[in-house]
Write a protein that binds this ligand. Structure first.
Ligand code: ADP
Ligand code: MG
Length: 361
């Protein structure tokens, strides 16, 4: 009885970031009642002091009004991730809430570096994260995660499935775990696509909040096929500040638009070099990412400096987002992860509220 009443009250209180009630969002994560003492665990889009105190005040106010005898002993907040509701995604990968393509128009802009660090940072925020190395011809995930073993195989019913490898709280799968480096380059497009389909369907991912794809570079047929094959929630486009790279990033944006995948944000990599005295040098130009984000009205998710520790972290399999090497860099990726969680939640809420095309007869 009390349990039902508690849920009913929560169905009338809005989570402050999404302005939607906790029950609709599926953000009621735990109700534990011991006599009159209640411990409540709720999801929230952003764990920061201001938002949490706003949310707590609201909840305490409502409960003291509607269930005055109850004592809220503890109010716990965990990161709340909404699901991208899409028929195709739900049939292909039902346990996975959101899929993110990390893409760029060309290689060498730091796509894999960003995908790895974003995945690690999301996991550190408390999300369940997987990462697929979709760059079949040039896999970098094994090196960047420092993994050099083969994934296990298990039977699920009659079917043999791969068990992803896990590090830094992220489950990863890469063609690099399975074959010699050189043999992938002779694969043709359809083989690459079918390998990728297997990474989605024949891997035990279990439940994930986010599955990231480190996409191959470019906007050719393979990329287009992939973005049509994988039911994507959104794309994140990585670019460097200079004009040539931005022109490629724009092509990436247009490619995703053609297959109805929204670009959630842009990340400008190698934005500046920070001198020891704190001043910045804009080696590859300045403000390109910002310009592009304004042009397409998408969020600029981050400006990542050119920094040796980022490169070393990649080469040694210890991503800076994991912390330890440089708190400033770790913080940059932490903010990026927080923004990603919030923006995808906002996107999912908006699309579920959108009635789509209504034809009146
Ligand atoms: N912000 C950065 N600072 C320093 N080195 C970087 C940065 N971003 C990427 N790199 C390095 O540049 C190279 C290419 O990056 P990578 O992530 O493999 O690019 P892509 O996946 O787009 O081809 C790697 O050696 C990587 O460590
Ligand atoms: Mg790469």
């Amino acid at each position: 009885m009390s349990q039902e009443k508690i849920i009913e009250i929560l169905s009338n209180i809005n989570e402050p970031v999404l302005n939607t009630d906790y029950v609709t969002l599926d953000f009621v994560k735990g109700i534990s009642l011991n006599g009159k003492n209640l411990t409540l665990t709720l999801g929230i889009s952003e764990i920061n002091d201001e938002i949490i105190s706003q949310a707590s005040d609201e909840i305490k106010k409502e409960f003291s009004k509607l269930m005055p005898d109850l004592n809220i002993k503890e109010l716990k907040f965990v990161i709340g991730v909404t699901e991208h509701k899409d028929e195709k995604k739900n049939s292909v990968m039902p346990g996975i809430k959101n899929t993110i393509a990390v893409a760029s128009g060309k290689g060498g802009v730091g796509k894999s570096t960003i995908a790895v660090n974003l995945a690690v940072a999301l996991a550190k925020e408390g999300a369940k994260v997987g990462l697929i190395d979709a760059d079949i011809y040039g896999p970098s995930i094994p090196l960047m995660f420092g993994i050099n073993k083969k994934p296990g195989v298990t039977k699920v019913g009659e079917k043999s499935m791969l068990v992803p490898l896990e590090r830094y709280g992220v489950k990863v799968m890469s063609i690099g775990f399975l074959i010699e480096e050189k043999s992938a380059v002779v694969w043709r497009g359809p083989m690459a696509s079918s390998a990728l389909k297997q990474f989605i369907g024949d891997v035990v991912w279990d439940d994930l909040d986010y599955l990231l794809f480190d996409m191959p570079p470019g906007t050719g047929d393979i990329q287009l096929t992939l973005s049509q094959t994988i039911p994507l929630t959104c794309a994140i486009i990585v670019t460097t500040p200079q004009d040539i790279s931005l022109a490629d990033a724009r092509k990436g944006y247009v490619m995703f638009e053609r297959v109805n995948v929204p670009t959630m944000g842009i990340i400008e990599n190698m934005s500046y070099y920070k001198n020891p005295d704190g001043s910045r040098e804009y080696i590859f130009g300045k403000g390109g990412g910002k310009k592009m984000s304004e042009e397409f009205n998408v969020k600029l998710l981050g400006e990542i400096p050119l920094n040796m520790k980022i490169r070393e972290g990649g080469d040694s399999g210890s991503p800076v987002a994991d912390g330890g090497q440089d708190t400033e860099l770790t913080e940059i990726f932490r903010k990026m992860a927080k923004d990603t969680i919030r923006e995808i939640n906002l996107m999912n809420i908006k699309s579920s509220a959108d009635p789509g095309l209504v034809i009146e007869i």
